[in-house]
Design a protein around this ligand. Sequence first.
Ligand code: UD1
Ligand code: MG
Length: 469
Amino acid sequence: MANAERYAIILAAGKGSRMKSRRDDVSKVSFPLLGVPLMAYVMDALDACSLEHLIAVLGFGGATSSKVAEGRAEIVWQKEQKGSGHAVMMAAPILEGKEGETIICCGDTPLLRAETLQNLFEFHEKNGNDLTVLTFIAENPKGYGRIVRKSGLVEGIIEQKDLVGEQHDIKEVNAGVYIFDNKVLFDSLKLLKTDNAAGEYYLTDVIGIFASKGLKVDGYVAEDPVEMSGINDRVQLAAAAKAMQKRINERLMLSGVTIEDPDTAYIGPYVQIGADTIIKPNTTILGRTAIGSENVIGPNSYLENVTMGDEGFVLSSHVVDSTLGQKVQVGPYARIRGNAVIRDDAHIGNFMELKNVDFGSGSKAMHLSYLGDATVGEGTNIGCGTIVANYDGVNKFHSEIGSRAFVGSGSTLISPVKVDDEAFVAAGSTITSDVEKGAMAIARGRQVNKPGYAAKLREKALKTKIESK
Ligand code: UD1
Ligand code: MG
């Protein structure tokens, strides 16, 4: 059945009660793994399959699931969870009667690879199957539906609760991924009954229905059982994260990234990193982060949704939703957030916080400052302990610092204010009005020295000293 239309259904309405969450509005499939919801991995794998329709069956915790599925899948609702077969019936208004092939996956199998699904389609089409089940050989098959074969082909799937006698010994199990002839699938769903141990409409009973109609049903045995793991509890969630971490880190290392300690580098699936960048221990990089080449990231750094050029470093720092240019140096102990842009050759030093700042090329802010809602030009120096006070308790205001300016240590700029190019702000100033180009501003009490007064002060203090008991 080459070039048939392809459709997909993701089953994700189940409760996920083994996650033991106190929240009843959070679905299992929206739990994050390396920062990405479980079901998003499944959608990513399916995206490579040239689908006409991608349908997600949602139910429990639907608000969180629909956030994951929105814009990527057509959502149908299963209000009551009456079994996996019943869940597929919810897609009938979209798919019933259509010519083509339908792949069904579960939303909780993040390790499933796109290549495996493509191989499954290829196997299905090359052999002219009417139904193909993805299977694997399980050392411990307990809990899985068992594959019953006859003369090589599949005759049915028996669920754990319904096993009898020697069926317990069958090691080939159902991975929960299938490709069906779409028309026959929806015709067969109408024949499902709930006369089983769970009292549910089992999707797996459709396999027997196909076989009894004399249609060709085969199993495609996957090589790597780990890939098939479904997440049912938080132990499995952590194990899947470990497997995904290994997969991602190995891909990056083979593409030229040095990861000094792959066990403590947590890098999300969408992160891009250029060759010869070094990832040092205890570093987390998530979201839509794209890092160039020859950088050093870490140790002890957190980056999320960051774009970064080449040949810079981020040392023991936290950078979120921001852009770093070429040869930018950050840290140790900096926090950069809120769409900050740090332009080429700029240096952000120790104990700095920058929020929504456009920080110009070659400018430096090396110590202990807060810059919020500001623009800083090129080649400017921001002295130690500078504060751009952007918030009056109600509103936030923007300040502007020009190019080649100098802001002396311990200064406070009360926003909104402009310090123009080449201006000089004397240390310890509190700037409340604009400083014009090339001017020096000094805004602090004038110093008074009182000769010999230090000794007098000390004498006075000693006289009134309170003895400690
Ligand atoms: C299922 C298969 C089993 C297979 C195993 C692989 C059935 C009957 N059994 O068992 O053969 O070995 O997966 O992991 O399908 N769901 C709904 N609505 C429902 C019930 C389930 O959307 O009313 C969804 C769940 O969210 C889940 C999927 O269907 O994504 C499978 O259901 P689950 O209860 O996990 O079945 P298993 O016992 O794991
Ligand atoms: Mg399951």
